[in-house]
Design a protein around this ligand. Structure first.
Ligand code: ZN
Length: 711
């Protein structure tokens, strides 16, 4: 505004005359009135008209110090879900939202959580000596831990004690690791298995060990960082399979609602059958260097420290004891809503979990601090007269660490409204783990993500944008897809087909789920100046603003079609001649041509809008077009879901049973290949072909949603 004024002054003072002076006074009065009026009362005009200016306001309102202050508050105490400190963190977030004048509320759920009560581990060496291994970062034997940090454990592990069992090393605990062990005559039956954490989910490591007859599992993480503390860190985590509260599978765990018994077969099959505990890499090494018998297989030598020569079993013997309790606790999701002016019944959701295994400075409260700062900036914009076109919802999830419980229960409870009204879900879990930007997305959001990255400064490279440094490379290979089940986007993408994005900085940080994930670590290593926090908040907030304010949704289905073609090429290599892909390629071709048509339609709509933006007919047509763009992703859902995993409805992105599979899309087809391994060729082909057809039909449903016409 100030710049516009001085321009006018220059023009008018260049040719001073009484008339010009008079006109300039009138103009100044009008501008002055407009400015005052504008600042003091919300604009009654379309938000889209002013959106661009406000999006700039959003970026310039960033404050590193404010984000740091939020993170400091959030990480004062450890806050495991279902505990009193966790409730206090929920209240902090709720009062922050309310303090900004936002419409905020909290939603409670009942969920089955799991806590440790006792653990111990002793070794008996072949020379007759004995050692008690420390089972916590603080080394002592205190039951509860330091300042309320929960002792290291695996949530939902059964309680169990194993005495005098041989220790054996199984590397990453994959099928191929057991095959290699089998070849050198190592049998793990009755042993305490020691495994190194790799890409397999924890529950899978335990499940595979149990399948090979192991009595218990110790799982350690090799810290990627340097310094003594990383070798002393224990990676806590859940060993439950699937997502959501185990007592209310598929529906919300509300007070007074249906709740299964813990002994129900559908509940207990989600828990491992043998007990497990995490171990620090320091403690693991004590065991590893004492093992005898079989030498380390050559294939492992590259990745296993050279101090380890033999894998056992024995002669070191282990006394293992883990005792824990599963109990129903109340968890709290917290929300803040900024109601849209023109389309209040269309939702753009920003989500992050709040619960942490320890202090949670990285996981997840770097994300929470960013979320709180976006809320602060949006509230300020609203005070300046901005109202989003669509409704923005801030979501602060609870009990993610136990298995995405808070987000899953809420999505299950709101499935109907979300299915018909949610435009997009934007997830941030660990906003900052270290250097290097990363993002995952459903492919119709690729272009929007890239556009937004052009607007946000790269915090680690002076004078560059995030786009230049990151996405300028082959974007479809840089943006990952969301078939993983490791954060709160799972329920949105894989259960309800809502276009989603997941953002984070850095990966594989050394204090993951340990007592060292503290504010101190963040200020010393993760993001000392908080500029990476600011970058993530910038991308996250700007994505939300574009999705909430753009008159036509910024979705690009040509890019989805391209990605589906790419997936199909990889699938063809994966299947290696079993099954014919033509139903799938045909349906993708049709999807691609409708995606092109809708691009033309969008351009026409934009032209119409410029000509007669207030016409009711134009508004209705635009709404219909946006609905088609919004609902296309839902077409990929299948009522029956994935075989054996009915909750997972999305046939393009979801988890595969083969956890080592290189295919991270078309999970149903990948599962069929795995399941058919022992069958004859005809049976194999039939099973795989059926799954190819199912995906082809899902793509057809998406195509007809995009086209928006009945057959
Ligand atoms: Zn997390």
């Amino acid at each position: 505004m100030a710049q516009l004024w001085s321009n006018h002054n220059t023009i008018f003072t260049a040719k001073p005359s009484p008339l010009a002076t008079f006109i300039s006074i009138i103009v100044l009065c009008i501008l002055g009135f407009y400015t005052l009026h504008y600042v003091h009362s919300p604009s009654p005009l379309s938000s889209s008209q002013n959106a661009l200016r406000f999006h700039q306001t959003f970026l310039s309102a960033a404050s590193n110090d404010t984000v740091a202050t939020y993170l400091r508050h959030l990480t004062m105490h450890p806050h495991v879900a279902g505990t009193q400190p966790s409730n206090e963190t929920a209240n902090y977030v709720l009062s922050h939202f309310k303090g900004l004048g936002l419409d905020a509320h909290s939603v409670p759920y009942k969920a089955l959580l799991s806590y440790p009560t006792h653990s111990s581990l002793s070794l008996h060496f072949s020379n007759g000596t004995r050692a008690d291994l420390p089972l916590s970062e603080w080394g002592g034997t205190r039951k509860i831990g330091v300042d309320g940090v929960v002792r290291p454990y695996h949530a939902y592990s059964p309680s169990g004690a194993v005495s005098h069992a041989k220790a054996v090393f199984v590397n990453l605990g994959r099928d191929e690791d057991y095959r290699l062990l089998g070849r050198v005559g190592v049998n793990v039956s009755g042993c305490v298995v020691l495994a190194r954490r790799g890409n397999l989910p924890r529950f899978a490591v335990v499940e595979k060990a149990a399948a090979h007859g192991a009595a218990a599992v110790l799982l350690y993480t090799e810290g990627g960082g340097s310094g003594y503390r990383f070798r002393k860190g224990f990676e806590r985590g859940t060993v439950m399979s699937g997502v959501g509260d185990p007592l209310s599978p598929g529906w919300a765990g509300v007070s007074g609602g249906e709740s299964l018994s813990v002994d129900d077969a559908d509940v207990s099959r989600r828990f491992p059958k043998i007990p497990s505990m995490p171990l620090s890499s320091e403690a693991a090494e004590t065991i590893l260097v004492s093992l005898g018998r079989a030498p380390v297989p050559a294939q492992w030598r590259k990745s296993v420290t050279s101090k380890v020569r033999r894998v056992g079993p024995g002669p070191t013997m282990v006394d293992f004891n883990y005792q824990g309790e599963k109990k129903v606790a109340t968890i709290h999701d917290v929300f803040a809503v900024i109601r849209g002016l023109e389309e209040p019944d269309r939702y753009v959701l920003l989500g992050n979990h709040r619960d942490a295994w320890t202090y949670g400075a990285v996981d997840p409260n770097s994300g929470t601090a960013a979320l709180l700062d976006i809320a602060r900036r949006f509230a300020r914009m609203r005070d300046l007269g901005w109202t989003p076109r669509r409704t923005l919802v801030f979501c602060s999830w609870d009990a993610e660490e136990f298995g995405m419980i808070g987000s899953t229960e809420w999505v299950e409870q709101n499935l109907g409204n979300l299915g018909s009204r949610a435009v997009a879900y934007l997830n941030v879990d660990c906003a900052v783990q270290g250097p290097g930007f990363n993002a995952g997305a459903t492919p119709q959001l690729d272009n929007l993500l890239l556009e937004v990255l052009k607007k946000v400064k790269d915090p680690d490279l002076e004078g560059s944008t995030l786009y230049r440094n990151w996405a300028d490379r082959d974007s479809q290979n840089v943006i990952t897809r969301l078939g993983r089940v490791d954060s709160d986007f799972a329920a949105f993408v894989q259960h309800s087909g809502i276009p989603s994005i997941d953002l984070y900085y850095g990966r594989d940080f050394p204090v993951y789920h340990t007592a060292f994930d503290s504010y101190e670590w963040m200020t010393n290593y993760g993001d000392p100046l908080f500029q990476r926090h600011v970058a993530v908040a910038g991308v996250w907030g700007l994505l939300a603003l574009r999705l909430a304010d753009d008159s036509i949704l910024p979705f690009n289905y040509c890019s989805y079609a391209e990605q589906l073609k790419g997936h199909t090429e990889l699938l063809s290599k994966f299947l290696d001649g079993i099954g014919y892909l033509s139903p799938l390629t045909t349906s993708i071709q049709e999807f691609a041509s409708v995606a092109k048509e809708i691009e033309i339609e969008i351009e026409a709509q934009m032209l119409r809008e410029q000509e007669s933006s207030t016409s009711e007919l134009v508004t209705l047509k635009k709404r219909a077009l946006n609905d088609r763009l919004m609902l296309t992703e839902r077409g990929f859902l299948d009522t029956d879901g994935l075989d054996g995993k009915r909750w997972f409805k999305h046939l393009i992105y979801g988890p595969t049973n083969d956890l080592e599979s290189e295919l991270d899309f078309f999970p149903g087809i990948a599962d069929a290949k795995l399941r058919s391994a022992g069958m004859n060729l005809r049976q194999r082909q039939a099973l795989i072909q059926h799954e190819i057809w199912r995906v082809a039909r899902a793509v057809q449903r998406a195509t007809s949603a995009l086209r928006g016409e009945l057959s």
